[in-house]
Design a protein around this ligand. Structure first.
Ligand code: ATP
Length: 741
């Protein structure tokens, strides 16, 4: 055994899951390579390590570390070096030298016990002094937490997330109710919580465990889009999860209902079970929809006369259904306008806007995603926002689930408008619909526009379909295709797909192409040629604007494999392109990436050609696509450029919000439009390979759709009407409330 003491000069490699690290340690000019499991350590720190010196065939002499201890630097040179190493944000070598010169050997005690005194040093404000001391404190706390969590077999990555979520509270969460983590932290499933509970000594049939298991099963179901589960399914799934017989679970259901954690209802003669928040969400939504659904008084004749004038001005002649939509919009508190691509929805919205403008009404426009909102703005010439922005979401940066996250616009502070128009309503889930309705007072008109045949929302519920199926509201269904057949096979074929018709694939088409390929690699080759060579010129777009979208994440043509291959072809490694590997994915300068969650608070700025910021703002949303422009390994920052030159800096930690986007899933493409889309068509699970999936994919293209693969599989998808059944009770709640009034 040997022992070395020194500064961590550089962390050469770290596996974020298990903490395995290779680092270089420097002591009095001599450098050592150390390998081993380090829980939490940063460059610049001083450690004493004990281990065996070994000779690696490639890397030479190194120490395999058995144990190590973090030392507080004792002499002033060591202190200065640690402080100036970059380990503390905002402190560089010059400032470190000034701090140590001022406090000498007392430096660390001052930082911990009297941090305000740091501001005695030139260049340190009081705010900065507090931040330095907080960072030192946090590092200590975090290191302790990491060590504690690793005793329970939790990876470093997850431990960091748990620490972020709970802070010092994590000790009581782990000891008293580790199941809570399954609710709060992405990456902790019931299984992991259960494993920790076992280590802590919580029994298999403890009431607490079973109740958590039942709620967890319902939570999982909501992740699959359901707001409830039939009792049979719930018992079956939770018994499987808990490995506990059904009667032991069943006996808790009534209790949980009394505790108001579950709501048990009867649907079609069978008992169904809700996690109570979802039941009340449906009930509230139904009630608010009912309250909004009032009639106006403008005589039909008057509307038609005014509408004729607008049509004349706009030089457009609406068809009868569009006219009806406008008339209903004027006289309905709540209106739904639905139709497939090219059926004139946007034209109708525009006319409604002109009508409302002429009445001097206040209008607000919004859509569920940033991209959909942008399209709505372009199509109407009116500013459209995301629904979250419209409702003024505020709270702690980057943390959507935090309790402090809330909408400023709600029942107490409703939107001040005469009409609110929402596009792409099929993407709105029950949570968001409830929040939207809370902010709309009866008297404000709500117009919901969307294509009910698109994939339903990612979140729980089937809101638009349930509202239409309830037959309790005004619905105008646009069916006539206005976009000329000669101009667009995309539109014609999309409608054929929707009707389950045969699509003629051999036909020469300008914008709907099928390239036959039999195996995954041939499919991928053809897609690369299309994206790299053929399509950019054909649709007059940049390579990066052409989007490959695929049904699945895993498998031979899944997103993950496609992205690895496409990155190699479209943005190969090169010496002048820095890269950063994290969680098995390489991010390289020049890569196309996508934001995978809504981050309302992340900051962006637009710079002019001199690099001076000319515009600033916040918010990058799930599905936004950008390009990596810079990777700074010193500051550990990745700069991504999104639409309109908006530059965003991601810390290495935040990279988990991004993924490569050469290929994306069709689910993620909802609400977006691209000049050309390329879709691989190859076998996959029948549950996934459905008509509305391929319909959604095809309708994302503005100028050209290229399908590449096996024609029979394409036709099978068109024929596959099985929509994954969603357990959603909104329709019933709406009907019940309607019968009561
Ligand atoms: N009444 C009409 N008479 C003539 N052309 C129309 C009429 N309504 C719409 N159009 C034209 O049909 C095309 C499609 O209309 P619009 O963009 O409004 O449909 P959409 O349903 O919003 O389509 P998408 O969902 O594909 O964006 C447009 O070129 C539009 O100008």
């Amino acid at each position: 055994m040997a022992a070395v003491c020194g500064f961590v000069e550089r962390i050469k490699y770290r596996n974020e899951d298990n903490g395995y690290t290779v680092l270089s340690l420097v002591n009095q000019g001599q450098e050592y390579t150390l390998v081993g499991n380090f829980h939490y350590i940063s460059e610049g720190e001083m450690i004493e390590a004990v281990g065996a010196m070994t000779e690696h065939p490639v890397y030479g002499e190194q120490m395999t570390v058995e144990s190590y201890e973090i030392k507080v630097p004792e002499d002033t040179t060591a202190m200065e070096r640690y402080l100036g190493s970059g380990a503390i944000k905002g402190v560089g070598p010059a400032l470190a030298a000034r701090i140590v010169r001022r406090f000498k050997a007392d430096t660390f005690r001052v930082m911990e016990e009297e941090p305000e005194r740091l501001s005695e040093v030139k260049g340190v404000s009081e705010k900065m002094a507090m931040s330095i001391s907080q960072q030192i404190e946090q590092k200590k706390e975090m290191r302790q937490a990491m060590m504690f969590l690793q005793e329970y077999g939790i990876s470093m990555n997850l431990a960091a997330k748990i620490y972020q979520e709970y802070g010092p509270r994590l000790y009581s969460v782990i000891r008293e109710n580790p199941y809570q983590m399954a609710d709060d932290i992405a990456g902790v499933g019931f299984k992991m919580a259960d494993e920790i509970a076992r280590k802590v000594g919580i029994f298999t049939d403890s009431d607490f465990r079973i109740k958590c298991g039942v709620l967890y099963t319902l939570l999982q179901a909501s992740g699959n889009g359901h707001t409830y589960l039939p009792e049979e399914e719930l018992l079956c799934q939770s018994s499987e999860l808990l490995k506990v017989e059904r009667p032991f679970i069943e006996k808790h259901l009534m209790d949980m209902q009394l505790d108001k954690r579950l709501v048990i209802r009867e649907e079609e003669g069978k008992r169904v079970i809700y996690a109570s928040q979802y039941y009340y969400m449906e009930l509230n939504t139904a009630k608010m929809l009912h309250d909004l659904n009032i009639r106006g008084h403008m005589p039909e004749e008057e509307i038609r006369t005014k509408l004729l004038k607008i049509q004349k001005e706009e030089q457009i002649e609406l068809d009868e259904k569009q006219v009806k939509a406008v008339a209903e919009a004027v006289n309905s508190g709540l209106l739904i306008i639905t139709g497939g691509p090219g059926t004139g929805k946007t034209t109708t919205i525009n006319t409604i806007i002109r009508f409302f403008e002429s009445e001097e009404m206040e209008i607000l426009l919004a859509a569920p995603t940033g991209r959909a909102a942008k399209r709505m703005t372009e199509a109407t010439g009116y500013e459209a926002r995301t629904i979250h922005r419209l409702l003024e979401l505020t709270g702690v940066p980057g943390d959507e689930r935090s309790v402090s996250m809330h909408f400023e616009r709600n029942e107490e502070n409703p939107l001040d408008a005469d009409a609110v128009i929402i596009d792409e309503t099929s993407m709105v889930d029950i949570h968001l619909m409830q929040s939207l309705l809370k902010a709309i007072n009866p008297g404000t008109r709500l117009i919901l526009v969307g294509d009910v045949n698109q994939l339903p929302s990612v979140g729980p519920g089937n809101v638009l379909r349930d509202m239409i199926d309830s037959q309790c509201f005004n619905v105008v269904m646009l069916t006539k295709i206005f976009r000329q057949a000669t101009q667009s096979d995309i539109v014609v074929n999309a409608h054929k797909i929707n009707g389950g018709e045969r699509i003629p694939l051999g036909k020469k088409s300008k914008d709907f192409l099928f390239i036959k390929r039999e195996d995954p690699n041939a499919i991928i080759n053809a897609m690369i040629t299309l994206v790299q060579d053929k399509l950019p010129g054909y649709v007059q777009a940049d390579i990066y604007d052409i989007q490959i979208m695929t049904p699945m994440r895993k498998g031979a043509i899944g997103v993950e494999r496609l992205n690895t291959i496409l990155q190699e072809y479209l943005n190969p490694p090169s010496r002048d392109k820095p890269q950063k590997e994290t969680a098995g994915v390489i991010y390289r300068v020049g890569d196309k990436v996508m934001q995978t969650k809504n981050n309302y608070n992340i900051e962006w700025e637009v710079r002019n050609s001199y690099g001076i910021p000319v515009d600033k703002g916040t918010g990058i949303y799930n599905g936004d696509i950008g390009i990596i422009r810079e990777i700074n390994s010193f500051a550990e920052l990745v700069t991504v450029e999104f639409d309109e030159g908006r530059l965003v800096e991601y810390s290495y930690k935040q990279l988990e919000e991004l993924e490569l986007a050469y290929a994306i899933t069709i689910h993620k493409s909802q609400g977006s439009e691209y000049p050309a889309v390329v879709i691989p068509v190859f076998s996959g699970p029948r549950m996934l390979m459905t008509r509305n999936l391929i319909y959604t994919a095809v309708t994302r293209a503005r100028s050209c759709v290229c399908l590449v693969g096996v024609p029979e599989i394409f036709q099978e998808m068109v024929n596959n009407e099985t929509e994954q059944r969603r357990y959603s009770g909104l329709k019933d709640r709406i009907c019940e409330i309607n019968q009561l009034s």
